[in-house]
Design a protein around this ligand. Structure first.
Ligand code: FAD
Length: 473
């Protein structure tokens, strides 16, 4: 009998440790791993160059780690998802594999791609195995009493917590060491058109780095997460999002690190560990929403009636927002942080998203796209969920009449103006009091724009827009 030979297709699970598909494959026979690079598809999905740059650097480190386990990493570069089944089949034939294994993803295009791969492999006589990896509970596993997907976070969160102890959080070990020669495919260090303007030192690659970041966060910052998580000038959050998005670190590894800290207690409270776990559950919630309501992957509002909102055409407002030139310091500092570093603090993502969709009444989809094009942690579920929350078009969204006042947010969360000064050097000389709302008389002198919108008028305008769809209902 011929031994079974395994092909593991790695996607957003780019790690050797605690990788269900990879580990299981190594229990069944010789393993080869493969990644697919699909630049044209990334363009369609608005992937950011900074994220592609991190991916390529990360793959180098992964190749090394796989090699240490005796596993070769093959690379299939094709244009888009449609070409993936044939490319993988060709590789499978060449390597004479018998089994294909991969961890599931839940974005709509990815699901179509994965189903097409599965169908093509099964038709060709290969056996295909898919695994749960991205979330602790698979979409569909946590449902309401009526058997529906949860559309409100709090009951989902409570249910998730109540079932946490059912899950074995012990991360899987590295795959069994493989004998035989390691024959990696060459990896591109850069792809034409994907050069990133952001220094690679800002986002070091590799699982070791991701795990060190997790340890550092849990050791130094977890305990104060509840009080520091909203302060953009402070290192109060984990900045693990780029690594979770790539799968350089797993959700189980994160949870295990927290539970080690809480001596195995489920972190349910409003303290640091409890709040951090709640954020990880938001990540999971939006993945379930994406799987249960795939329209959100197709630029559709979760609340379908909000499709009728009359968004404003305002190219100038949009470009001032993108360039960090709105005249509202905290909004501008945040947008500059995004463009300069590929990352933005969560409080500021909420603020800038609300500013665009509410104060400027510009279609949230344009903001969602711009974020995706610049984020090192760009993730369809979280980004779409965050945008639709801010625009009040989404599941469990902010009520439509809720608008963050950019000046008040600034006084509350950047009291000393430290964050603003970091990204808007023009305002450096202003006092801690006036930096939040620079006196109009000083704007020209400081070469800083006047506010692009009157807050009261903006509020009336957005209320009117939402009232109009209520009447039409
Ligand atoms: P921490 O505070 O340390 O949280 C730990 C992890 O929990 C994060 O790494 C992330 O994986 C997850 N998480 C935290 N908050 C959320 C949230 N509100 N929703 C979903 N998951 C969350 N997150 C992304 O990973 N990718 C995105 O493209 C993205 N776009 C967003 C767009 C908007 C408009 C908003 C409001 C939020 C968005 N978020 C996104 C969620 C959140 O802002 C980031 O996950 C967080 O800022 C990342 O920083 P951190 O790793 O230090 O988070």
């Amino acid at each position: 009998m011929t031994a079974s030979t395994q092909l593991v297709w790695l996607r957003h699970d780019l790690r050797v440790m605690d990788n269900p598909a990879l580990y299981d494959a190594s229990q069944h026979g010789p393993v080869t791993a493969v990644v697919t690079l699909t630049p044209k598809q990334w363009q369609q999905h608005d992937r950011a160059p900074v994220q592609v740059d991190l991916l390529l650097r990360h793959l180098k480190t992964l190749q090394q780690a796989l090699g240490d386990s005796g596993i070769s990493l093959k690379v299939c570069q094709v244009d888009d998802f449609a070409a993936v089944p044939e490319a993988l089949l060709a590789l499978a034939r060449q390597l004479k594999i018998t089994h294909l294994r991969f961890n599931d993803q839940y974005e709509w295009d990815e699901r179509i791609r994965d189903d097409a791969v599965e169908t093509a492999f099964q038709a060709a006589g290969y056996s295909v195995h898919r695994y749960l990896d991205q979330t602790l509970f698979a979409p569909g596993q946590l449902l309401t009493g009526q058997g529906d997907y949860y559309t409100v976070f709090t009951p989902f969160y409570k249910r998730w917590l109540s079932r946490l102890l059912e899950v074995d959080l012990t991360p899987l070990p590295a795959p069994n060491h493989q004998s035989g020669p390691v024959e990696h495919d060459p990896l591109p260090t850069q792809l034409p058109g994907w050069e990133s303007p952001i220094a690679s030192t800002l986002w070091p690659a590799g699982c070791e780095h991701a795990l060190a970041r997790l340890d550092h966060f849990v050791d130094e910052h977890l305990i104060n997460y509840d009080t520091q998580r909203d302060l953009p000038a402070v290192e109060g959050t984990s900045t693990l999002s780029p690594y979770l998005a790539l799968g350089a670190v797993s959700i189980r590894q994160c949870l295990q690190a927290v539970m080690a800290h809480t001596q195995g207690q489920v972190p349910t409270g409003k303290d640091g560990p409890g709040r951090w776990v709640a954020e990880l559950v938001w990540r999971e919630f939006y993945r379930h929403i994406m799987a249960g309501f795939p329209r959100v992957c197709r630029y559709r509002a979760f609340k379908t009636e909000t499709e009728r909102l009359s968004w404003r055409e305002d190219p100038e407002g949009l470009s001032r927002w993108q360039a960090g030139q709105t005249g509202f310091p905290l909004v501008d500092a945040a947008m500059r942080q995004l463009v300069q570093t590929g990352w933005m603090h969560n409080r500021l993502r909420m603020l800038t998203a609300m500013f665009l969709s509410k104060h400027l009444l510009i279609d949230w989809r344009l903001g969602e796209q711009f974020f995706m094009q610049h984020l090192v942690d760009g993730d369809l579920a979280a980004n779409n969920g965050g945008w639709q929350w801010a625009a009040s078009t989404g599941t469990d969204a902010a009520p439509y009449f809720r608008l963050f006042n950019p000046y008040r947010q600034s006084e509350r969360f950047d009291l000393q103006g430290e964050f603003i000064r970091k990204f808007i050097p023009e305002l450096h000389s202003l006092s801690n009091k006036s930096i939040h709302q620079p006196p109009t008389s000083q704007c020209d002198q400081l070469n800083y724009p006047h506010p692009c919108v009157d807050l009261k008028e903006a509020r009336d305008r957005v209320m009117h827009a939402f009232d109009a769809i209520k009447v039409e209902k």
